[in-house]
Structures are given as C-alpha cells and as structure tokens.
Design a protein around this ligand. Structure first.
Ligand code: SAM
Length: 306
C-alpha cells in the first residue's frame, strides 16, 4: 500500500509518485497503437516493460486490452496532452529558442523522439532514480538523443535552480519550460516556488506550458478522492498496488494560470474539451471530473521578471 506523502520522500518508477510516470508512459504506449494515434512515442512501451510492473507491461504491449482500466477518455487524454506539449516545444525551438527545460520529465522521451533543431539543449529534471533509470534503459535500447540532452537529478520541492545552472543552463538566454502532470504532486507552496523559480530563470521571450485547474468547488474534492479511490481499487484488483489519492496534495492552492500571469507571463489557455474537439476526438462526458475543468496553458514572458 502506498504511504502518505511527506517532505523529502523519494521514489523509483515502480513506487509512489514514480509509478504515475510509468502509468503516463503506458497510456502513451496504448495511444500510439490506436487506429488514429495523433502521437507517436515508440519508446513508451519498452520503457514501461523495463520498469517491470507486470500489469502495466501487459497493457502497454497490448497483450491485455485496456478496457475499464484505461478507458477511452484516458487514452484520448494522453493523446491530446502529449501532442499539446510536443507542439509547444517544436514551436518554441523552431522560433529560435535553444534551451528547453522539461520539469518532472518522468518517462517522457521528447529528448529522443522530437526533431529538435541543431544546437537545442534539452534539460530533463526529475528525481535521481527516475533520471538514472531512463538514461540507462534508453541507452541499453540503443536510443540516441536527438538534442544535447542534459539531466538534472533533484527534488523539485527543494531549491533546484543551482543544479540546473551547474548543468549549463543560461538564464540570460530565452528558454522553453514545461511542467506536465506535475503540479498536483507538489505541496501548494512548492508549486508557487517552482513557478517563481521558472520566472526568475527566464529571460524575456521565454515560454512556458503547464496545466491549470481551479480549486475544487465544495464537494468536488471529496468526489475526486472517491473517484481516485475507486480507480485505485480496480488497479489493485488486477494486481497493481497503488493509492492514487494519497500521492496528491489536496487543499487550496494557487491556480497556475493566474499565478503565472501575476508574474508577468502572457498566456493562452485551452480546455481539455476544446483540445478533444480540435483533434476530432469524441467529446468528454459533462461530469468527467478527471479532465473537464483542466486547462492547458502556454505563453511568453515579454518583460524582465519582477
Ligand atoms: N511529465 C511526465 C509525463 O507526463 O509523462 C511525468 C508525469 S508523472 C504523472 C509525475 C512526474 O513528476 C514523475 O516523473 C515524478 O517523479 C515527478 N515529480 C513529482 N514530484 C517531484 C519532485 N518533488 N521532484 C522531482 N520530480 C517530481
């Protein structure tokens, strides 16, 4: 059983928050094999296989049909999310930004699969055991990065800016940042500090992309916990021991989009519902609490941060 989160807790890709990265990669593997994938992540399946959680491997490889464990919305959600960040990074890189920072990279293989312009440096930031596993496994698979990939093995609840600079990051140059599937796993004050640090390290012209979700209305948080509990029960019934509600930090937090706007970023936002429509995918159910209030945001820092 997953234990409650605490300061300084850490993980590999089979435990605690690390397993969510393996689940995200599993969803990309399933999405990549569908009839209309709209994304192509050839490394997702072998990475999940290497982590070694039997149920996730069988789902990622197609040996086990996703059925109710990974439903249609989860698969389409992985598609639109992956495509949103792929397009964000390629737009930024093709506009001349040469520094990319993927915060909480998990098993994201963008540094190996996107056609980065020559000279692009991609920094991948995550927990030490996550970073080490991905680097080693992709090397064993014979995969080579398509950019100058540099890894930063840190806890994002700590002060990570020195580690990023030590890896070569230059705050004087514009950069493109993502925090994909991360914020809910940070305590509220660590989320604010992370967005503050991104802003401090961003030269004018830098770009950012993340997800933004309003604080739940009264009652919704309980519904979300119950929803996560019933999903966890289903996973446990199939032999994968997880407790998703315990991995998150609940309670009030600043909403990412207005917080970033307050720091000087100019953002565009698109709802998950609209992303599904833009990609010609069947619509979300009105009461799907997983995604219906989630917005994907991206934007630019036009002026020197305060
Ligand atoms: N961005 C990846 C993706 O979309 O596939 C991974 C998302 S996964 C849901 C969450 C990731 O956040 C994991 O890789 C986990 O290790 C990372 N993470 C969460 N809290 C972190 C922390 N305090 N320090 C470093 N990494 C963290």
């Amino acid at each position: 059983m997953t234990s409650t989160r605490h300061d300084g807790d850490d993980w590999d890709l089979a435990s605690s928050v690390g397993a969510t990265a393996t689940m995200a990669a599993m969803a990309r593997a399933i999405a990549t094999r569908t009839d209309r994938p709209i994304i192509d992540d050839p490394y997702a399946e072998p990475l999940v296989r290497a982590v070694g959680i039997d149920l996730l491997t069988r789902l990622a490889s197609g040996e086990l049909p996703p059925d109710d464990l990974v439903d249609r919305v989860a698969i389409d959600g992985a598609k639109v999310r992956t495509r949103f960040y792929d397009e964000f990074f390629l737009d930024a890189a093709n506009s001349g930004i040469t520094q990319v920072v993927i915060l909480a990279a998990g098993l994201d293989s963008r540094a190996y699969r996107l056609p980065w312009p020559t000279g692009t440096v991609v920094y991948e930031v995550d927990q030490p055991r996550v970073i080490e596993f991905k680097t080693r496994t992709l090397a064993e698979l014979g995969a080579a990065p398509t950019a100058d990939r540099r890894v930063v093995a840190v806890d994002l609840r700590d002060d990570w800016s020195a580690a990023l600079r030590t890896a070569g990051f230059q705050p004087a140059l514009p950069s493109a940042w993502s925090a994909e599937g991360l914020l809910g796993y940070l305590p509220p004050e660590a989320q604010d500090r992370l967005l503050d640090t991104v802003t401090e390290l961003s030269a004018p012209g830098s770009r950012v992309a993340t997800e933004s979700r309003p604080n739940p209305r009264p009652g919704d948080e309980d519904r979300t916990r119950k929803g996560l509990d019933s999903i966890s029960e289903r996973w446990r019934a199939h032999g994968f021991d997880t407790d998703m509600a315990r991995l998150r930090y609940f309670g009030a937090r600043n909403e990412a989009a207005p917080y970033l706007t307050g720091l000087g970023w100019t953002l565009d936002a698109i709802s998950t519902r609209d992303l599904f429509a833009a990609n010609d995918l069947p619509p979300l159910e009105a009461d799907d609490l997983r995604m219906s209030d989630l917005r994907y945001v991206s934007g630019t820092l036009d002026k020197t941060p305060k």
